[in-house]
Design a binder for this molecule. Structure first.
Ligand code: HPA
Length: 272
């Protein structure tokens, strides 16, 4: 597929002083935006200024791209993401993710807030995503021409990055679970019956993001790691009735542990 849209975005970023390579790129989910403020020598560009980037309208999501140093490593941070439920476009993050190919194709670390469908994974837990189930019925590559759309998803979550994330957590004394994330379109939360179904089908977590980004990242041959903050038990588990304000509030308080994990993880990456 012709990627003039990626070229246009890359041109603007280069014009604004963004230069690769980067040790990694990160997408910050609900409650994690603060990491963008921790970057040193930061160059910050609102998504609105970058062609092809999504306007980001949901509360708790800032919508800016920040390049800088984090734990001594050069990183590119996406503070804010577009969700499928915002405009019905599963490829809304195509340009932000695809443009990474113009900056050395750094590994991509995705973060999110998620509900747990497992009683032993509680609110506040941090979970490395090992695999996913796309339950949305859609795919960000629908409509793309050419054979690059037939992306293999067998190794979507890079096993080396996952191993490294687990080792980092264990060294830092941060408890890190591992699980399968099931993507629901949202924006309504799941019903209790849907949560029971998710568990039966092999999910550990449910959420409304990340999966389309993983598919896009694999389309562009980026290595991916993804980590969730559990903000709530899935609907109906122990009477849970999740709400947006609850997920936002819990994500904000529970994000300290994930921030610590990301710091240790990025600090341990090779300098570039
Ligand atoms: N369901 C879907 N998305 C979520 C949840 C949930 O329970 N919690 C945080 N994001």
């Amino acid at each position: 597929m012709a990627d003039a849209s990626l070229d246009r975005a890359a041109e603007v970023l280069i014009d604004r002083g963004i230069q690769g390579p980067f040790a990694c790129a990160m997408v910050l989910g609900t409650g994690l935006g603060r990491i963008a403020d921790d970057l040193e020598n930061a160059v910050s560009i609102p998504y609105a200024d970058i062609p092809g980037f999504p306007g980001s309208g949901v509360s708790g999501h800032a919508g800016r791209l920040v390049a800088g140093r984090f734990e001594g490593r050069r990183v590119l941070v996406f503070a804010g993401r577009a969700h499928y439920y915002e405009h019905g476009d599963p490829a809304a993050m195509r340009v932000p993710i695809g443009v990474l190919t113009a900056f050395g194709s750094p590994p991509l670390i995705l973060t999110n807030a998620a509900g747990s469908v497992r009683q032993d994974i509680r609110p506040g837990a941090i979970v490395a995503i090992r695999d996913h189930i796309n339950f949305s019925g859609t795919n960000p590559l629908i409509g793309e021409a050419g054979d690059a759309r037939f992306v293999s998803m067998t190794d979507a979550y890079d096993s080396r990055l996952l191993r490294r994330m687990k080792m980092t957590a264990s060294t830092a004394g941060i408890s890190l679970a591992e699980g399968v994330y099931m993507w629901f379109s949202g924006p309504s939360f799941e019903t209790p019956a849907e949560i029971r179904m998710a568990r039966t089908l092999g999910a550990d977590l449910v959420g409304m993001s990340t999966v389309p980004e993983v598919i896009l990242a694999r389309r562009f041959r980026l290595r991916v790691a993804a980590v969730s903050i559990v903000t709530n038990m899935g609907a109906g588990i122990e009477g849970a009735a999740p709400s947006h304000s609850e997920t936002r509030d819990v994500a904000a308080t529970a994000s300290a542990g994930l921030r610590r994990l990301l710091k240790a993880f990025v600090g341990g990456l090779e300098d570039v």
